[in-house]
Design a protein around this ligand. Structure first.
Ligand code: PFF
Length: 479
């Protein structure tokens, strides 16, 4: 070999080394600073924790019972597959592919465009929801404490009055909200691995153990079968257009779509996470929790001959009046009640943390603030905002916006308007704006394996999900 050839070979080699070095440093810069969940179980526990919340307890069972029992369950599962999972996968793909916060992913994937405004909408919605959800989470802690101390079961007043005393007065609900905020703060300060992942790994198994214990107890009560029939008897006569809208709405809110949570968490997924499998697992576990709650609530309510009026079986009345009545009729009331409100607190705190993390991750990635600074910036205003939401249930209930208390107004705007709009544009973005193979690359981990689900998911993201979300958005006007 002559000298020239050796020189050329050496030069080529050096160029190759430089290219490789540049590629690695660029990739590292791109991935820099992003924490990653340490295990598959951890990432599933955290994502399920975010999805499983009060919606699974006080909304799903009553909606299912009122809308045709088992017939509703079938429709619900169908909605999860054509709306929930495709939208979840769009958010997962954005999060992991963009490897940034819920606004940053749009900036990174389409730098010259204004799509990041959609990210801002989702993040704003998450913060508004966080401000009032924290209050409800505080109530679950307050009831947990009242169960342990026995205050809940002092017989001087009814459970309805007790609820008004406990959540409608000035100080005590605020104190419990503040405790809840502080607990959130500790977890956020500890970070993604030592905080969110560790806590989810601990609390999710606890939640399932408690659920199973309650199921066994409830299904063994006298006349439990009557409650089961009440919950599950398929009633196709009750299935109407409204049933489909209810199922869509429930799937949408229960899976925490449209608020940047799934984008934020997916950015913490390691690159080899199988997104489709994760989405199906999370959705089915979320459904399982909601279904088991039905198996707990209805047999117990029927067995003790309590009010089965629809109002008594949903929302705050179900949780803070009807169920304490059930517990009061059981032996060792305090124990059952404490365990149940522990279960609810667990469901609530893993959801509030995910809502807060959307904002913390934004502060870290956008403004390059430290974890501590970001967490404090997110948490501190909540002391004021959540206190206002709490007071609007009692002393400030006279202040109304368009006929709603501050609490209800924020709920209405964020959940009925901002979330569906944000999820709608997320589908349009992933389905139509980004290159067609973006979703495919993420679902197949850049071609590492095939994805039979991909064509179906893409079709849903492009056509079905946007139309269904429009139905959810317009549902208040469809009656
Ligand atoms: N998915 C959770 C729940 O069902 O409670 C968290 C959540 C979703 C909270 C949507 C608030 C909300 F509007």
């Amino acid at each position: 070999m002559n000298c020239d050839k050796i020189n050329i070979l050496c030069c080529n080699f050096v160029v190759l080394v430089i290219k490789r070095y540049r590629f690695i440093t660029n990739r590292n810069k791109y991935m820099a600073g992003k924490a990653k969940f340490g295990s598959k179980i951890g990432l599933i526990a955290a994502t399920v924790g975010s999805a499983v919340g009060l919606g699974n307890v006080w909304r799903f069972p009553s909606v299912a019972q009122e809308n045709g029992g088992a017939a509703f369950l079938i429709i619900y599962i169908a909605c999860v597959f054509i709306l929930g999972i495709p939208v979840m996968l769009s958010e997962f793909a954005l999060g992991r592919g963009g490897n940034s916060d819920a606004v940053g992913v749009y900036k990174r994937l389409t730098p010259a465009k204004k799509w990041y405004f959609n990210g801002i909408l989702g993040v704003l919605a998450s913060y508004i929801i966080l401000s009032f959800y924290m209050v409800v989470a505080g109530w679950t802690l307050e009831y947990f404490w009242q169960s342990i101390s026995g205050g809940l079961f002092d017989t001087s007043t009814t459970f309805v009055n007790k609820m008004h005393q406990l959540i409608g007065t000035s100080w005590s609900p605020i104190i419990w909200t503040v405790i809840m905020i502080l607990l959130n703060m500790i977890v956020l300060l500890l970070g993604v691995n030592k905080g969110i992942e560790k806590l989810s790994n601990l609390l999710m198994p606890l939640l399932f153990v408690l659920l199973i214990i309650f199921c066994v107890v409830s299904l063994n009560l006298p006349n439990a079968i009557e409650g089961l029939e009440f919950f599950l008897k398929p009633d196709f006569a009750n299935v109407s257009g409204a049933t489909f809208i209810n199922a869509l709405g429930q799937a949408f809110f229960s899976l925490s779509l449209g608020m940047g949570i799934l984008i934020t968490y997916a950015a913490y997924y390691p690159h080899d996470t199988k997104l489709t499998r994760t989405a199906v697992t999370v959705s089915l576990l979320d459904f399982l929790v909601a279904f088991l709650m039905g198996l707990i609530i209805f047999p117990a309510v029927k067995s003790f001959g309590l009010d089965t009026d629809p109002e008594a079986l949903k929302g705050t009345t179900l949780v803070f009046v009807t169920l304490p009545e059930v517990f009061s009729q059981m032996p060792v009331s305090q124990l059952w009640s404490a365990l149940f409100f522990l279960l609810l607190s667990v469901a609530a705190i893993t959801s509030t943390i995910s809502l807060a993390e959307v904002n913390v991750s934004l502060m870290q990635d956008r403004f390059k603030f430290s974890r501590v600074k970001s967490s404090l910036i997110v948490i501190l205003p909540l002391f004021v905002l959540s206190s206002i939401c709490s007071l609007s249930q009692g002393p400030l209930s006279d202040i109304t916006i368009m006929g709603n208390t501050i609490f209800d107004f924020l709920d209405l705007v964020a959940t009925n308007l901002m979330l569906p709009i944000s999820a709608f544009f997320c589908c349009i973005y992933v389905g139509w704006v980004l290159p067609k193979n973006f979703l495919e690359r993420e679902l197949t981990n850049h071609g590492e394996f095939g994805s039979v689900a991909y064509p179906f998911v893409l079709f849903c993201v492009r056509y079905i999900a946007p139309i269904l979300i429009l139905f959810i958005l317009l549902s208040p006007f469809l009656d």
